[in-house]
Design a binder for this molecule. Structure first.
Ligand code: SAM
Length: 270
């Protein structure tokens, strides 16, 4: 059946994850989770045709929206001329520190689902200047962010999300709230960024250990990390951490303990 939605003229681009919100009440509800205060600096990822942006204009905030699609950017700039700063740019290439003015940034977006992980990692890299993020994503991914050890959803995203933030699934949104309707269910996740994250002695090595462990999640740590141990010239026998465990059994603290041991092996041997 032909879709007669007013949004049809936008010819959504699938490769940019364009599923536009069509229900103003749902947009209002999403914005309410950002707990906006006067003077906040707010960054919107992918404003599209402004479903959230237009409502954000009702607040006394310092708002910038970053949109990669030239057509959406031009159309929205025309509609909201002078009312909001819209930047035609890839959010993944945007320097977030440019928007930091001493007060931590709040981030909002009905984000393109195909780059959810990259967006999250970009936010985590900038955790020191972000206070909160409210993001709509695929429901299944939202559950991964919240998952705990020893469950099948637990993985890289769960470890990093909980390292940097406290995630909450605050709202489930059905496919009918978008044009075009996505094939998946969606959820809004509210993430309060932590002020004091677990201190990592070596953040890069931590990332490498978590990623490498989960790349072969069914294997024991001894097997999945074998290549890393070899490359870094680590004496596996000197490691006291129980390497017969599988990665999904480890909480964040245990991953830091494992990393710390590998790190001390690095310093002694290399
Ligand atoms: N906010 C609008 C709404 O809720 O109706 C649009 C949401 S749509 C799911 C995602 C938006 O992100 C699209 O407008 C798309 O063009 C934009 N987008 C996709 N990749 C992007 C990127 N790397 N950087 C910035 N915007 C991007």
């Amino acid at each position: 059946m032909k879709n007669t939605s007013k949004y049809e003229k936008y010819r959504p681009k699938k490769f940019l994850g364009q599923n536009f919100l069509t229900d103003v009440n749902i947009s209002k509800k999403i914005i309410s989770f950002l707990e906006i205060e006067e003077g906040d600096t707010v960054l919107e990822i992918g404003p599209g045709h402004g479903a959230l942006t237009k409502l954000l204009l009702n607040y006394d905030i310092n708002l910038t929206a970053i949109e990669i699609d030239k057509f959406a950017f031009e159309e929205l700039s025309l509609n909201l001329e002078g009312k909001v700063k819209i930047i035609h740019q890839d959010f993944l290439k945007t320097k977030l520190s440019d928007f930091y003015n001493g007060k931590k940034i709040k981030v909002i977006g009905n984000i393109p689902y195909n780059i959810t992980s990259q967006i999250l990692f970009k936010l985590f890299e900038n955790y020191k200047i972000i206070s909160k993020a409210v993001l709509m994503m695929q429901k299944e991914v939202a559950h991964r962010l919240k998952s705990v050890p020893n469950t099948k959803e637990y993985g890289i995203l769960s470890v990093f999300t909980n390292l940097y933030s406290s995630p909450k699934i605050v709202y489930n949104v059905p496919p009918g709230a978008f044009f075009p309707k996505p094939k998946v269910d969606s959820s809004v996740v509210s993430m309060d960024f932590k002020d004091d994250i677990v201190v990592l002695k070596n953040p890069e090595l931590f990332r490498e250990v978590v990623r490498t462990s989960f790349n072969q999640r069914r294997k024991t740590l001894r097997n999945s990390l074998r290549k890393l141990f070899d490359e870094k010239n680590i004496d596996v026998n000197a490691i006291k951490f129980d390497l017969s465990k599988r990665p999904e059994m480890l909480n964040i603290i245990e991953f830091t303990e494992l990393t710390d041991e590998i790190f001390s092996g690095l310093r002694i041997d290399n």
